[in-house]
Design a protein around this ligand. Structure first.
Ligand code: SF4
Length: 206
């Protein structure tokens, strides 16, 4: 790994789920040096969309495009995600918020290390506490394992619903996986329709 503990400038950016407001949380996250990924990132990718949304989408970690732009799910996978959301009446500037488990890009798009995940999770907890989503959709295996349960298997458990502290969680295949393997798209379409049904049950989401 290119980055090492202590290679990031300064000591700012103590992760805290207790940060009181969105702007404070975001600026603290942007200065975060809690794990070695701070040394290799171009930008922190905090999240995008409606902060007051009832629906939260959580992916794994930024890729090269996201790192360059400081935004989650841009490029091909992002555009595919936007298309999927549109089919069920959702959109990032309309009624969802999108973020990742890990806010800085792991070099070479490798899987995040458990230590990086642990270091970064307080930022997501902070976002969750401010947003209080009714429904959380994990995008891919790593997000589902972190938020739903370590034994989550995306091929076996996608589309299932889990309740935690009054909030519903589900997972679908990661958009990049769907681009790589279109055979998974019919299953995802079923999952998306089910998400749409749950969204309708929530009621007014705008
Ligand atoms: S990945 Fe998370 S914990 Fe690591 S430096 Fe970035 S914001 Fe901080």
């Amino acid at each position: 790994m290119e980055g090492r503990e202590g290679t990031c400038a300064g000591g700012a950016g103590r992760a805290s789920g207790a940060t009181q407001d969105w702007d404070g949380l975001e600026s603290a996250c942007n200065a975060c040096t809690r794990c070695p990924l701070c040394a290799t990132r171009s930008n922190v990718v905090f999240g995008a969309g409606r902060r007051d949304a009832k629906i939260l989408l959580v992916g794994e970690a930024p890729g090269a495009n996201e790192d360059a732009q400081g935004l989650p799910f841009v490029g091909k996978a992002g555009s595919f995600l936007d298309d999927m959301l549109k089919t069920i009446g959702l959109g990032r500037d309309k009624n969802v918020y999108i973020t990742n488990i890990i806010k800085c890009r792991p070099p070479g798009n490798r899987d995040p290390l458990p230590s990086e995940r642990e270091a970064c999770l307080p930022w997501l907890r902070g976002q969750f506490a401010l947003m209080r989503p009714k429904l959380t959709v994990c995008l891919g295996r790593i997000s589902a394992a972190a938020l739903i349960g370590e034994d989550f298997k995306i091929t076996r458990d996608h589309g299932k619903w889990f309740e935690k502290n009054g909030s519903l969680f589900t997972a679908i295949f990661h958009p990049s996986a769907l681009l790589r393997d279109p055979r998974r798209r019919p299953d995802t379409f079923v999952d998306l329709k089910d998400i749409q049904k749950r969204v309708t049950e929530i009621g007014n989401i705008e």
